[in-house]
Write a protein that binds this ligand. Structure first.
Ligand SMILES: Nc1ncnc2c1ncn2[C@@H]1O[C@H](COP(=O)(O)OP(=O)(O)OP(=O)(O)O)[C@@H](O)[C@H]1O
Length: 246
């Protein structure tokens, strides 16, 4: 059984179709990438899966572990094991990092939270008492939230733009942590417009103009994505016949 199934999902906002009849299955144990150019609808898809405010009025179905979750709140979805990282503002903004991790890792020990911090390359002695606010750099903040995801041990982690706002070293560490999450049994979905990030996934969904164009292994998707989407020769409207012929 798929961990998550998206069935005929359509989303309209202010009269504009943001997602159109998207169907996809996420199988447990893999790292997936949802790729596509700016405005393709990737973040909107993640927002719908998490049930964010403004993304609940949809057509279609979101099914998690066999249960239809359309009507569940964010908290209820989180309790079932879904998390979405790197939305703004961050969860529990303004709390000390220690408290932030404790709340994220409900039921888990402080030691586990500290280990998670070390895993993302932040020294607990320096960071546990810092506040999760603007005094943390963008990269530090991103890593604190990733530590929270690790501590949470979710079944499904949606990670939006893992490479934005972090330097090369931090990005490589983020990829290490993504591998760790997979080893720990978390299914990961990377939302990205970067071919480099795509190479860190096992499988990928290619989106364009609110539609799912293709899905396959990274080896199948990468050539099409690299050659046809950048630059995009058909501004967000693929030419019939191109799709499916990587
Ligand atoms: N509340 C809204 N009202 C109107 N249009 C919206 C709204 N939210 C998103 N959109 C539009 O929906 C489209 C998809 O946006 P989305 O953020 O999902 O794309 P994306 O693929 O994640 O892009 P990016 O890579 O730039 O983050 C864009 O054209 C965006 O302008």
């Amino acid at each position: 059984m798929a961990l998550l199934s998206v069935r005929h999902l359509s989303l309209t906002k202010e009269g504009k179709t943001i997602l159109h009849d998207v169907c996809l299955d996420i199988e447990p144990g893999y790292v997936y990438a949802v790729v596509g150019p700016n405005g393709a609808g990737k973040s909107s898809l993640a927002a719908v899966i998490m049930g964010l405010h403004g993304y609940r009025e949809i057509e279609g179905e979101i099914i998690f572990e066999g249960e239809r979750i359309n009507d569940l709140s964010i908290d209820e979805r989180a309790r079932r094991g879904i998390t979405l990282a790197w939305q703004e503002p961050a969860r529990f903004d303004g709390l000390p990092v220690r408290e932030y991790l404790r709340l994220s890792a409900k039921g888990h020990s402080d030691e586990e939270a500290e280990q998670a911090l070390m895993l993302v390359g932040l020294d607990p002695a320096r960071y546990l008492t810092r506040k999760v606010d603007q005094t943390l750099s963008g990269g530090e903040r991103k890593r604190v939230e990733l530590a929270a995801v690790v501590a949470m041990r979710p079944k499904l982690a949606l990670l939006d733009e893992p490479d934005s706002g972090v330097d090369i070293d931090a990005v490589e560490r983020i990829f290490d942590v993504i591998r760790y999450l997979k080893e720990q049994g978390t299914t990961v979905v990377l939302v990205t417009h970067s071919a480099h990030v795509l190479t860190h996934a096992d499988r990928a969904f290619l989106m364009c103009n609110g539609k799912l164009l293709r899905e396959g292994t990274v080896e199948e998707i990468l050539p099409y994505f690299s050659s046809r989407c950048y630059p995009c020769n058909h501004p967000n409207s693929p030419v019939p016949g191109e799709v499916g012929s990587a």
